[in-house]
Design a protein around this ligand. Structure first.
Ligand SMILES: [Zn+2]
Length: 453
């Protein structure tokens, strides 16, 4: 929705020859430009006027552009880890497509613009003096309250399969803790050395972060894996993290990362990033520290502090692995790292109405013979061919995608239950029950841009 607002605003601009762009991520929507003072004044004026009076009549065309662009607000591995941590709400929405750009109600677009795109929720940063004639003609508005952090749904450590391109590790922590930050940098370097240079299993190792409230959030490290090596890379990632938490980094490793940070912060080209940091802090309610203060703090961090901070954060470690990967991973105390999500759920309720796969499928496939859909007054259960049972209480439904006929039901805890005639026979009563139990505003027609599967 935010991406559509951004596109609608940018779509009003005439052809401009100076550099300009816009982007949306989990935290901010940014409109950026480089040019002469008069060009910047004209650009900001046009963007603000468009946001104040959004041309929603163009939404049809722009939604096609969004589908073609197929952008996402976060790396898919980061998104999956956030969804495991927070459930399918707030930050946890990151990896989900939702209704698709062609099914967003225009009222919702207008409402989004009115809530967020106003003077009370905007910060302008400039790398030069304010140009003469600068105006930001945005409507007045009140900044949304961001005083409390989004609560987590999964606090302890576990691993889980998901639609991720490679393994990733997510830690819930104090984002201002320099110890965890340095530990992630050391871990990144160690993984580069082992997974890439020594064993040739990976190409890219990246760090990421997401803010869940003032100071709190998640740090993520993810890497790609050569085809067929997903399990080995996932185990390597986990083992290296456990090792770092147990033994800590060497003084040399910490010094290297502090030096790398110093180089990065003091690069004159980093001024734009610094300004973005400061704007982000102002808008999202965390405390910005300038470069000198940050370097001072980094210089004081000892290897033991890094170890301690990282070991604490590892209590919340979530490991995401590509579908079909089953890593053998143990915690520092030797206990097995449990599989999260619905693994281990195999019980179906006895009092519900049961639906089976169509007869033809049951005759030809063992998988179809195991599949069950169960409906009770409280919600839906589905037993997959693997034997795992997923459950979505109606109170926890976050969306229903409507097909003709059929419904795909999305639950807050990452379960997806397809109430589809291809999979289950005679589902009329289940469809009616879903439509009765789920509020109309959570039901949307399937996007014309995506196929039913
Ligand atoms: Zn489930």
């Amino acid at each position: 929705m935010t991406h559509l607002v951004e596109h609608l605003a940018m779509g009003t601009l005439p052809r401009l020859h100076h550099e300009h762009n816009a982007q949306v991520d989990l935290e901010l929507t940014q409109f950026t430009a480089t040019g002469r003072p008069d060009q910047i004044v004209a650009y900001l004026d046009r963007v603000c006027r468009a946001l104040a009076d959004l041309p929603v009549d163009r939404a049809d065309r722009e939604s096609g552009v969004l589908a073609a662009e197929d952008g996402c607000a976060a790396h898919p591995t980061t998104g999956a880890l956030l969804s495991h941590r927070y459930g399918v709400q707030g930050l946890g929405l990151a990896p989900w497509n939702g209704p698709g750009p062609d099914r967003i109600p225009l009222d919702a677009v207008r409402d989004c613009a009115a809530r967020f795109f106003h003077a009370g929720n905007a910060v302008l940063t400039l790398t030069g003096p304010p140009p003469p004639g600068l105006r930001l003609p945005l409507p007045d508005g009140e900044r949304p309250d961001r005083g409390s952090a989004q609560p987590v749904r999964v606090a302890g450590s576990s691993w889980q399969e998901d639609a991720v391109p490679g393994p990733g590790l997510g830690l819930h922590c104090d984002l201002a803790d320099q110890g965890v930050q340095l530990a992630m940098a050391v871990l990144q370097e160690r993984l580069r050395t082992v997974a890439r240079h020594q064993r040739g299993l990976s190409y890219d190792v990246s760090c990421d972060r997401a803010l869940s409230g003032p100071g709190r959030g998640d740090r993520v490290i993810h890497l790609d894996a050569r085809d067929g090596e997903e399990r080995q890379v996932a185990e390597l990632l986990w083992q290296q993290a456990v090792l770092l938490a147990a033994e800590g980094p060497s003084a040399q490793e910490v010094a290297e990362e502090v030096e790398a940070a110093r180089e990065l912060f003091l690069d004159p080209r980093a001024v734009e990033v610094e300004l973005e940091f400061a704007a982000n802090a102002e808008l999202l309610g965390w405390t910005y520290r300038n470069v000198a203060d940050r370097l001072d703090l980094l210089d004081k961090v000892t290897p033991e502090q890094v170890r301690e901070a990282f070991a604490g954060a590892m209590d919340s470690a979530l490991l995401a692995v590509p579908a079909g990967t089953r890593p053998a991973v143990r915690r520092a105390d030797g206990t097995e790292l449990p599989e999260g999500g619905c693994a281990g759920n195999t019980e179906l309720p006895r009092d519900g109405r049961t639906f089976r796969a169509p007869l033809r499928d049951r005759l030809t496939g063992a998988a179809a013979r195991r599949a069950r859909l169960v409906l009770t007054e409280e919600g839906l259960w589905a037993r997959m061919p693997s034997g795992v049972v997923h459950h979505i209480p109606f109170a926890d439904v976050v969306g229903v995608e409507m097909h003709t006929p059929g419904r795909v039901v999305f639950g807050r805890d990452n379960c997806v239950i397809p109430v589809m005639p291809e999979l289950f026979a005679g589902i009329g009563p289940a469809l009616r029950a879903v439509d009765e139990a789920v509020p109309a505003e959570l039901r949307y027609p399937a996007s014309a841009f995506t196929s039913a599967d």
